[in-house]
Design a protein. Structure first.
Length: 376
């Protein structure tokens, strides 16, 4: 089958976590023998910032790290309808310009020979409903959302013909343990500043516990303001800026523990949805301690796969325990990895995608559904 993905960027993951899952899904589809192309705007915000900070080397890095992925950029003169010719499935991400979202929908209505899905991995459906309400999704065969609470929001508002929960997951081809690498530092956190959506949480669950315990550690991410960089330095944490997602597994392996700090809009308005960094960290077999979020869909086994910290004091205690109890650290790491391998890899999500496509009436997808999924 031929898949076309409209992405904000497949090439750049600069402050753009959606690229992680999209790349993983595309790689899984390619590995299964499907043809996949990713389209992205030439002047996309993430791509432009990555090039401004890292230069052309960043594009070369992407091609070296993900040689199986075919990408193309588009501008105002791009002939989208020509690229849709021959497509079996088109998946349009929520960051796509609304006019283009509507244009692709019209192409689906006029031709009708491909399955068209809208993919939402953001909180605007609850935090800026007017933005999603204005999108023209009438001709889309279905909507993919990364959590049940978001699916319920779409259904209540009447957006889209069919709405399916399709959680993010880890790309197991990339995210895996590296036991041959020795851990040389205590704590690592990989996350962006987040437009002040988690500034207080970063202080409470990362900076203050690390400082109180005197931990060594490394922070990766972008858009940290000067006062945040000062706070990290005062806590004894090294700030190393942007890191290519392909380098994350080895970075995690060089540390003994990591933390998960969700942004406030997700914690408050979209319960049940962790960040993709949680899936990726657990897939790498590193002990993880999470700031509060509500696992309403039972994605994980809290207390078994990872530890929850209700406040900064509990975070300090959990960090101390994990760093001083090798058996606890090993048990957490193996349990988290077990759950990812059993439920939350891009392999699982690709299986789910074909079930969804079949539910949308795609007979070609029905022929590819694994027997275990069809039986379910």
């Amino acid at each position: 089958m031929r898949f076309v993905f409209y992405t904000h960027s497949a090439v750049s993951d600069w402050n753009h976590g959606n690229a992680h899952f999209q790349r993983g899904i595309m790689r899984e589809l390619v590995a299964r023998g499907h043809e996949v192309v990713a389209l992205e705007p030439a002047d996309g915000w993430s791509r432009s910032n990555l090039l401004a900070e890292q230069g052309p080397f960043a594009i070369e890095r992407f091609r070296r790290d993900f040689p199986e992925l075919m990408t193309a950029t588009y501008d105002g003169a791009f002939e989208h309808e020509a690229w849709l010719t021959g497509a079996d499935v088109v998946i349009v991400h929520e960051w796509t310009d609304p006019e283009l979202v509507a244009r692709i929908g019209r192409a689906r209505a006029q031709r009708g020979d491909f399955t068209l899905l809208f993919h939402d991995t953001h909180h605007r459906a609850v935090s800026a409903m007017q933005v999603i309400a204005a999108l023209q999704l009438d001709h889309y065969d279905g909507v993919l959302v990364f959590g049940e609470v978001l699916r319920e929001s779409y259904l209540r508002a009447g957006w889209g013909k069919r709405v399916f929960t399709w959680h993010e997951a880890a790309d197991e081809r990339l995210f895996k343990p590296w036991p041959e690498i020795d851990a040389v530092s205590d704590l690592v956190w990989i996350g962006n500043w987040g437009d002040d959506e988690r500034s207080a949480e970063i202080s409470e669950f990362l900076i203050e516990p690390a400082s109180a315990l005197g931990l060594s550690g490394t922070i990766h991410g972008v858009r940290y303001p000067p006062h945040a960089l000062t706070a990290l330095a005062d806590a004894g944490l090294r700030y190393e800026g942007w890191i290519a997602n392909a380098d994350v597994p080895k970075a995690l392996a060089r540390h003994r523990v990591t933390v998960h700090i969700p942004r406030r809009p997700y914690r408050e308005s979209l319960p049940g949805i962790p960040t993709i960094r949680m899936f990726e960290a657990l897939a790498c077999g590193i002990p993880l301690i999470s700031a509060p979020w509500s696992d309403e869909e039972g994605l994980f086994r809290p207390g078994v796969d990872f530890l929850f910290a209700r406040d900064g004091s509990e975070m300090r205690g959990h960090l101390r325990d994990v760093l001083h109890d090798a058996a606890l650290a090993k048990t957490l790491a193996s349990s988290g990895l077990e759950t990812i391998r059993a439920r939350h890899s891009c392999r699982h999500r690709a299986d789910e995608l074909f079930v969804i496509l079949a539910a949308c009436g795609d007979r070609r997808a029905s022929e590819t559904i694994p027997a275990r999924e069809a039986a379910a």
